[in-house]
Design a binder for this molecule. Structure first.
Ligand SMILES: C[S@@+](CC[C@H](N)C(=O)[O-])C[C@H]1O[C@@H](n2cnc3c(N)ncnc32)[C@H](O)[C@@H]1O
Length: 240
């Protein structure tokens, strides 16, 4: 499927890249290196979910990758039924192996674009979406998926998002872009930083924290919370 913006990566291209990148997403301690504060945001999202929904039974992990967020969630609330969604089957296979070893609950994998997910209303206690919503392209996509998540959550259920974000002010956006570039340079030098910036430009269409919090409220969530914000990344969520 070509997206509306023909200069952006297709789902097939995104899937192919992640199919070959399973190892990089399989480290529970470090999380994903290109994400600033990845271990902190994973800890905060899962801890927030535990505080809001301590008796949760049903978990959905959107764009689950190799399952790090679900594993971290299971370390806090054991034996959840886990529904794992991703575009990439190699990611899902790795996630299923790792998650099945840590829960006595049911583990279900769904290989599909998150826009196509179809669940009964009021089904999940917790939804996690880490480093994945930035693949949504248009405002219509964003509202459609947030509405879908809202409907699939039980009343009182919660969503926790950790993601690359933009900023509404162009100048502040440049400030944090520069800070992110400097961070990437400490990991792998200027060439590596440019490589990451190039694939973000081609693959990703992130939205600002303000945009996402307002949209969560618009689709019906009664509370929104910011857990962490550092440079080009934020962790936040909402309660139905
Ligand atoms: C950066 S990885 C993050 C994986 C995992 N959430 C984590 O934090 O370790 C992004 C994941 O989103 C998946 N993805 C990308 N576009 C997607 C879409 N439209 N629907 C579902 N998953 C998608 C990719 O295949 C990839 O596994």
């Amino acid at each position: 499927m070509k997206t509306e913006d023909s200069k952006k990566a297709t789902n097939e291209e995104i899937k192919a890249r992640f199919d070959n990148d399973v190892e990089r997403f399989s480290n529970l301690e470090s999380g994903q290196q290109t994400t600033i504060d990845a271990p902190i945001t994973m800890e905060l999202c899962t801890e927030a979910a535990k505080y809001i929904n301590p008796h949760a039974k049903e978990l959905l992990d959107i764009g689950c990758g190799a399952g790090n967020y679900t594993l971290k969630m299971l370390s806090k609330i054991p034996d959840l039924n886990c529904t794992l969604n991703d575009l990439s089957m190699p990611m899902l296979e790795r996630a299923k192996d790792r998650v099945s070893a840590k829960t006595s609950g049911k583990v279900t994998i769904i290989q599909d674009d998150m826009r196509n997910l179809d669940f009964p209303d009021n089904h999940f206690d917790i939804v996690l979406a880490a480093a994945t919503l930035h693949h949504l392209r248009t405002d219509v996509d964003w509202e459609f998926v947030f509405t879908k998540i809202y409907n699939a959550l039980k009343p009182g259920g919660s969503i926790w998002i950790s993601d690359l974000i933009t900023h509404d002010s162009t100048k502040i956006n440049s400030l944090f872009q520069d800070k992110y570039r400097a961070y990437l340079e400490t990991l792998g030098g200027a060439e590596y930083a440019q490589k990451v910036f190039d694939y973000i430009a081609y693959e990703d269409t992130p939205r600002s924290l303000n945009y996402q919090l307002a949209l969560l409220r618009k689709v019906g969530f009664r509370e929104t919370e910011i857990l962490h914000k550092n440079s080009y990344f934020a962790a936040f969520g909402a309660v139905k």
